[in-house]
Design a binder for this molecule. Structure first.
Ligand code: DGY
Length: 424
């Protein structure tokens, strides 16, 4: 075992709070949805029972309607804003009221496919399969009630890419007044120039107040959302998760489940294909209130590769875009087009490299048969860690570590890349 593998494993152990893993101490003191899906895959490389436990603790936060919230507040902490007193949701364990990119079914499938302890995997998977199916149905009914094939995102936090330049123009329509008093804690832990701006937080909290006043009712949220986009990242991750759930349904579900999932996959595949922009050489998100594509090339635009739904022409176009970006930065994949004037290489999702996104893009290139691009991304990902450590995100110009230290999902991706290679 290399030193870094041991370090990555010990970060996951240190961030373990008794069956669930915090993303990092203090900055994020609860269980986050998509973080935990990656963490489960990381744990699975050396402790399979603990990997399954991560998923079952996340599912303790699942709502009766199928939503898996983006934060489960298992234990109180003053280190984070906004806490449960701002969200005002009614679940027994306090939770937020919005989702996050649904990586969970893909993580569960990977755990099953690579299981050493087959009996454990079969039992755990059989136990959680109904929750995953309910969650995918929630996406359909709550976020695509008209069956367009694209799910709507109603808060930038749902995308995990909170301050992406893609949200600049749709967020400009959101008011900045808030009922909740904003008491940010993140900027007491991390340099403010690496975090979203004050104005972003006013709008983030305005949206939380708006939905909280609707008692988090999905239909009223969908009907009155001041921010409504089809995020290409969330939609691609959902399509991939549906494909993984389809494979799982053949062993753990029924023929009728498989038919239902296959019908959603067909609609989603067609709808994502329409988000391709030949002029940008990348897939784009869509503003569902303005009815226009969002003119920002971000790393999320590569994620249809992870969904396995790109044509040969699109594969070549995405490769060319990545080659161009590589001439402008040292380390792939910047979260935003480095040629754009709005590129900020140290500010959260406006430029820095995030290893979970790198891993999904690399795996997508590999599965599509483009090993050179897959290998280049994975090499850069490992080089960041060797040079800087297991930080939250990295400066694409020089690989400097940014944001929180000893970060769980960065450790998980290191383990996946090291122990399992590009195939996960
Ligand atoms: C934060 O608080 O920074 C998170 O991204 C919201 O989930």
């Amino acid at each position: 075992m290399t030193d870094l593998t041991a370090t990555a494993q010990s970060i996951l152990r240190q961030n373990d709070r008794g069956g669930y893993t915090v993303p990092t101490a203090r900055l994020y003191p609860f269980q986050w949805n998509w973080d935990s899906a990656f963490v489960a895959m990381g744990f699975a490389t050396f402790d399979e029972p603990r990997a399954w436990q991560e998923i079952s603790l996340l599912l303790r936060g699942q709502w009766a309607d199928g939503l898996i919230p983006h934060i489960v507040f298992h234990a109180p902490s003053d280190d984070y804003f906004p806490g449960p007193d701002v969200w005002h949701t009614r679940h027994t364990i306090p939770t937020s009221g919005i989702p996050q990119p649904p990586v969970l079914a893909s993580a569960a499938r990977l755990l099953v496919d690579h299981a050493q302890d087959r009996a454990l995997a079969e039992a755990e998977m059989a136990a959680i399969y109904p929750a995953l199916l309910r969650n995918h149905r929630w996406w359909q009914t709550a976020r695509d009630p008209q069956g367009t094939g694209l799910v709507a995102t109603l808060h930038p936090w749902e995308t995990g890419m909170d301050n992406s330049p893609s949200w600049d123009s749709p967020m400009a329509r959101v008011a900045t007044d808030t009922r909740t008093v904003i008491r940010r804690r993140d900027t007491t832990h991390i340099a403010p120039e690496m975090r979203p701006r004050a104005e972003d937080y006013q709008r983030f909290i305005h949206l939380v107040d708006h939905y909280s006043a609707l008692a988090w009712d999905p239909a009223r949220m969908f009907a009155t959302a001041p921010f409504k986009v089809a995020d290409i990242g969330t939609n691609a991750i959902l399509l991939r998760a549906e494909r993984d759930l389809l494979a799982l349904s053949e062993r753990f579900g029924t023929v009728s489940d498989s038919r239902e999932i296959a019908a959603r996959i067909a609609r989603q595949t067609t709808a994502i294909a329409a988000q391709w922009s030949a002029s940008h050489g990348i897939f784009l998100s869509r503003d569902l209130l303005a009815h226009t594509p969002i003119d920002s090339a971000t790393s999320a635009g590569f994620l249809p590769l992870w969904a396995g739904c790109v044509t040969q022409d699109q594969l070549a176009g995405l490769g060319a875009t990545l080659d161009h970006w590589q001439t402008l930065v040292k380390r792939l994949v910047p979260s935003f087009n480095p040629a754009d004037a709005r590129f900020e290489p140290r500010r959260y999702w406006r430029g820095p490299v995030w290893h979970v996104v790198n891993w999904m893009i690399a795996e997508g290139f590999r599965a599509a048969g483009d090993l050179p691009h897959a290998t280049r991304i994975l090499d850069d990902t490992l080089a960041d860690v060797v040079d800087a450590g297991l930080d939250e995100y990295f400066d694409p110009r020089d690989g400097a570590g940014l944001g929180g230290r000893d970060f769980s999902w960065t450790a998980a991706i290191y383990l996946l890349g090291r122990v399992r290679g590009i195939e996960g």
